[in-house]
Design a protein around this ligand. Structure first.
Ligand code: DOR
Ligand code: ZN
Length: 343
């Protein structure tokens, strides 16, 4: 059987939620990855070091016995965040980044930043302390077409931010367009990007052609095929600015299969398998280890993992749903056959 062995990978962008959803989804991430950058968009948001510490404790409790998994915590940037809190975060060894959600851009982003100009003093503090800024790069204006929101965010905000704060370490999260790829490639070594499995595997037809498929709806929304090809090229290029971040974002099935469904794809149960499928499409399986296991750790200035994981070329059917009677979550590619399986 064909197999692929990689240094243990990390997920540099994941939503694991809290409460009963956390205990349902975390074991999947902890099985596949050694570490993960945990998104802070709970309700209320994880906006202080004390809140991040409490959330980290809750996550540690949810790790199945015997699993060696480290959650890497982040803070949610709000207009009320102080420079003192940024300093505290930089000093806390369990906090690895601060997340910028433009207000209204996505799930639980209402506490996010309305006026990006107003947080320049906080960006200066992040730059000074060397703490990475993770960016949901979409404008949220009603009059901006949803397929243009990432490109417009780059033009309107990111060019200015990287110019004003050249030493700021910045990750443009879940890039979805050729314009985002070009922006990251042209920026300094302080600027990187994560790429999700769904944006490597699917274009916007997956959501809309032949019927509306809510489990392919996430934000930033899937784009045209030419953008998918640009992302696949970047991910498999061996350029260390592009690394793995699943953006696995679980929502209960009934909250996605409804008239106004939530954004987010639950990819955690088969994340590596999905990436392997995408890399194999372009004959680049040899580039998967750098993308999944090396470049993110290097960017975050953390040691690369020891140990390995192995995937086998072995067809299996991903379950239609995960969870129990109270928590039912539909995974990406629900019920479909995947060609790779993590052993
Ligand atoms: O699709 C998404 N879901 N995009 C985000 O930015 C947030 C995430 C979530 O938390 O559900
Ligand atoms: Zn996310």
């Amino acid at each position: 059987m064909k197999t692929l062995t990689l240094t243990r990978p990390d997920d540099w962008h994941v939503h694991v939620r809290n409460g009963a959803v956390l205990t349902t989804v975390l074991p999947h991430t902890a099985r596949q990855f050694a570490r993960a950058i945990i998104m802070p968009n709970l309700k209320p948001p994880v906006a202080t070091v004390a809140q991040a510490q409490a959330y980290r404790e809750e996550i540690l409790q949810a790790i199945p016995d015997g699993r060696d998994f480290t959650p890497l915590m982040t803070l949610y940037l709000t207009a009320a965040t102080s420079e003192a809190e940024i300093k505290l975060a930089a000093e806390a060894d369990f906090i690895h980044a601060v997340k910028l959600y433009p207000a209204g851009a996505t799930t639980h982003s209402d506490a996010g930043v309305g006026n990006i100009g107003q947080i320049y003093p906080l960006l200066a503090a992040l730059e000074r302390h060397g703490l990475p800024l993770l960016v949901h790069g979409e404008v949220s204006d009603d009059d901006c077409d949803i397929f243009d929101r990432e490109r417009v965010f780059i033009e309107r905000h990111l060019n200015a931010i990287t110019k004003e704060f050249p030493a700021l370490r910045l990750v443009l999260e879940h890039v979805t367009t050729s314009e985002a790829v070009q922006f990251v490639e042209a920026a300094s070594a302080n600027v990187a990007a994560t790429i999700t499995p769904q944006h490597l595997l699917f274009n916007r037809n997956a959501i809309l052609a032949g019927g509306i498929r809510p489990h392919y709806y996430c934000l930033p929304v899937l784009k045209r095929e030419r953008h998918r090809l640009a992302l696949l090229k970047a991910a498999t290029s061996g350029n260390p600015k592009f690394f793995l971040g699943t953006d696995s974002a679980p929502h209960l099935t009934n909250l996605k299969e409804t008239a106004c469904g939530c954004a987010g794809c639950f990819s955690a149960p088969a994340a590596l398998e999905l990436y392997a499928e995408a890399f194999e499409q372009v004959g680049a399986l040899d580039k998967l280890e750098g993308f999944a296991s090396f470049y993110g750790a290097d960017f975050y200035r953390l040691p690369r993992n020891s140990g390995t994981v192995t995937l086998a070329k072995s067809a299996w059917q991903i379950p239609t749903v995960y969870g129990d009677e109270d928590v039912v979550i539909t995974p990406l590619k629900s019920g479909e056959t995947l060609s790779w399986k993590m052993l």
